[in-house]
Design a protein around this ligand. Structure first.
Ligand SMILES: [Zn+2]
Ligand SMILES: [Zn+2]
Length: 364
């Protein structure tokens, strides 16, 4: 048994509760990780929302962990005690998508990441009263001093890179950068419009810049975010509230090669199709409660896909992003604001208010 000071959500309306929990031993294919820091991602708001059903709470959230392997379970060969790891999404490793190198399309993606349980349906954390606590959110539940992760979602990283920066690579940064580099495969001289420039959208902008995009349009309601987008690589910005938004994004280009939605807002997702040239490709990653509808003729020459986690193989993609960062080409750490674990509810509030782009929780 390992004792961990962790942030627990017990009620959708209540703040995080900092509690001592007991984690079970790592099972086959798992490892116990001492968490150094964990990014706050907007998907954590879904985890606390109550939308995942009554049985989900109480739960430990957090799915952008970075830490050090403390203990390995039976059969683990790809990491060893003392390794530095970034924790990413989980996948089964056995379905046709996983076997063909597309773990973000894993048949068990939702089960492994959103249910918060072990693959055989268990919770292995107990609170002070001995009651079970959900502790496999994205195969990690890393808002705490310790987390149980799997061989499939641990990414071994170099020990000379500060772990407190790396957590966001596991989800939000990977999602934005991977959409551009893996899903779109944007190449030099092309153009992109990014709708919603929080951490995911800004990561897409940085990736578009390093790919040599010549026209990078950032669309957001928040003027400070638009200014930050210009600093990180956008070549133009458009106010998301503009009445002639589509015309402003298209300007004199005749349409852009790519568009990217991080908002999950129906009207915005429809506009990602309207700003494209033919052929053009829209990648959606934002998911709320909205659907969107367009007339079929608006799809002429347009391709649209919803993409999990930047279509990345994390063990390949995250070390690549770290190398780009080392070379000054991918300054993702400029988005980070650090908070102590005790201040996690403030980190959440600042993320919701938009005053912090990427909160990172530092563990005691
Ligand atoms: Zn799979
Ligand atoms: Zn996330």
């Amino acid at each position: 048994m390992t004792t961990s000071l962790s942030a627990v959500i017990r009620d959708p309306a209540a703040p995080y509760s900092i509690e001592v929990v007991e984690l079970g031993a790592p099972g086959p294919g798992e490892a116990l990780v001492r968490v150094v820091a964990t990014g706050f991602c907007h998907t954590d708001l879904i985890g606390r929302s109550g939308l995942l059903g009554e049985q989900f709470l109480p739960a430990i959230l957090g799915h952008e962990g970075a830490g050090i392997v403390e203990q390995t379970g039976p059969g683990v060969t790809s990491v060893e005690v003392g390794d530095h790891v970034v924790l990413s999404f989980d996948s089964c490793g056995a379905c046709p998508s996983c076997v063909s190198g597309h773990p973000t399309d894993c048949a068990a993606f939702e089960a492994r990441n959103l249910m918060g349980l072990t693959p055989d349906g268990r919770r292995t954390a107990r609170d002070a009263d001995g009651n079970p606590v959900t502790n496999r959110w994205f195969g990690q539940s890393s808002f705490g001093q310790y987390a149980l992760a799997t061989e499939r979602n641990m990414v071994k990283v170099s020990k000379d890179v500060p772990l407190q920066k790396l957590g966001p690579l596991g989800c939000g940064v990977q999602t934005g950068a991977g959409a551009v580099l893996n899903e779109m495969r944007l190449s030099a001289g092309q153009s992109i419009a990014v709708f919603g420039v929080g951490a995911v959208g800004l990561s897409a902008i940085m990736a578009a810049k390093l790919s040599g995009a010549v026209d990078i349009v950032a669309v957001d309601l928040n003027a400070e975010r638009r200014a930050l987008a210009l600093e990180l690589g956008a070549t133009r910005v458009v106010d998301g509230a503009a009445e002639d938004l589509v015309a402003q994004v298209v300007a004199d280009t005749g349409g852009l090669d790519f568009s990217f939605d991080t908002t999950g807002v129906g009207a915005v997702m429809a506009n990602t199709l309207r700003v494209l040239r033919r052929p053009g490709r829209s990648v959606l990653v934002g998911s709320g409660m909205d659907a969107f509808s367009v007339h079929p003729s608006e799809l002429t020459g347009k391709h649209v896909t919803f993409c999990h986690e930047g279509a990345a193989v994390p063990q390949i993609f995250i070390p690549r992003l770290i190398d780009l960062w080392r070379n000054g080409l991918f300054p993702f750490d400029t988005m980070i604001t650090e908070y102590d674990l005790a201040d996690i509810s403030k980190a959440e509030a600042d993320a919701v208010a938009g005053t912090a782009v990427k909160p990172v929780i530092i563990m005691p």
